[in-house]
Design a protein around this ligand. Structure first.
Ligand code: HMG
Ligand code: MG
Length: 298
């Protein structure tokens, strides 16, 4: 892989749509994922096999993942919080799952109803079973800079959780700035600290843009050698258990920046913009990507 290649993990259909109040028909989600697959993205996180009592918007996970036109060179990971979710994912033919933990106990309890320590007990057998079934496992760590309930989180704590998750068998660790409070200052320290215990090539950054710092933080991570970036078309997103958290950084904006820096992503910016405009229209929203708005008006 070229050192100029940056893998973009599109999280719009999952992180983007999980927070929407109105019911989005499975058909719309399916078409969104199919359109995303045609932009050149190599990873499209499709849905979550979580409890529909907790996140009703993802209650159609099976319908969505079995309804899409899967492309050979695109991965469609799905979130699984427990063995029950993994079993449903296996049944639906999923090839990659993602587990999600937090660096903060309070957030962990709100999001998955257990402490960080307990979440490892939950995730360990899940990873083992996934591996037995030939399924890759990605790991998310939430609240890597700050927690909506506890405030600042230390990079040391994040490194500890990330290492444990990596050692358990996650091939990639996505560092989630759930509430978007990070700056290049805190990100530099975060990546410095975490990369001492997890290889840089196994790290991803997952930036919510609540404070408008996402692109700056991604730029900082790239300069430090990170080559995997999570983003969401049209800047959709938020977490139901992180009040006030805004969307993820917009994929169109990330691609625009990376193009300008001569990084390769494989993503066709004009197709991405079309897709972002399409989903925004479906949701009755303004496209949250600044690059998309500027280039659409042109
Ligand atoms: P719980 O209530 O402790 O679980 O929730 P439980 O085992 O007691 O089960 C309660 C009910 O849910 C039972 O149903 C289960 O069958 C059902 P009942 O018997 O009452 O009818 N259930 C399930 N149904 C379908 N699929 C499942 C499943 N599991 C249980 N997998 C649990 C614990 C983890 C299930 C719950 O808290 C949950 O689903 N949480 C998910 C929360 C979530 O999806 N959050 C958003 C994703 S994380 C995120 O956005 C952050 C990220 O983007 C990174 C970042 O930005 O930081 C990744
Ligand atoms: Mg997120």
């Amino acid at each position: 892989v070229s050192p100029r290649f940056v893998k973009i993990v599109e999280v719009g259909p999952r992180d983007g749509l999980q927070n929407e109040k109105s019911v989005i028909p499975a058909e719309t989600k399916i078409e969104f994922i199919n359109r995303l697959s045609d932009t050149g993205l190599s990873v499209v996180e499709a849905t979550s096999f979580v409890s529909p009592k907790w996140v009703p918007q993802m209650g159609d996970a099976k319908k969505v993942i079995t309804g899409i036109a899967k492309k050979e060179h695109v991965n469609y990971p799905c979130l699984t919080p427990n063995i029950k979710g993994l079993d449903s994912a296996i049944e639906a033919g999923v090839k990659e799952v993602a587990v999600f933990l937090a660096a903060s106990d309070s957030f962990s309890k709100k999001n998955i109803n257990c402490s960080v320590e307990e979440s490892f007990d939950r995730v360990k057998p899940l990873i083992t079973k996934a591996q037995e079934n030939g399924i890759l496992v990605r790991g998310y760590v939430s609240c890597v800079v700050g927690c909506p309930y506890e405030g600042p989180i230390s990079a040391r704590k994040v490194a500890e959780v990330s290492k444990k998750l990596y050692d358990m068998g996650c091939y990639e660790i996505s560092l989630g700035d759930t509430i978007g409070v990070g700056t290049p200052g805190t990100f530099r320290e975060l990546i410095n600290t975490v990369s001492q215990v997890v290889p840089l090539k196994a790290l991803a950054v997952h930036c919510h843009d609540t404070y408008g710092q996402a692109l700056a933080n991604i730029h900082c991570a790239l300069e430090m050698g990170v080559r995997v970036v999570d983003s969401s078309m049209a800047g959709l997103g938020g977490c139901p258990y992180a009040p006030g958290a805004s969307g993820n950084v917009a994929t169109e904006d990330v691609v625009y920046m990376l193009n300008g820096m001569q990084y390769e992503t494989g993503v066709d910016l004009s197709k991405a913009i079309e897709t972002g405009n399409w989903i925004s229209e479906q949701l009755g929203k303004t496209n949250g990507s600044k690059a998309a708005r500027a280039l659409t008006l042109k």
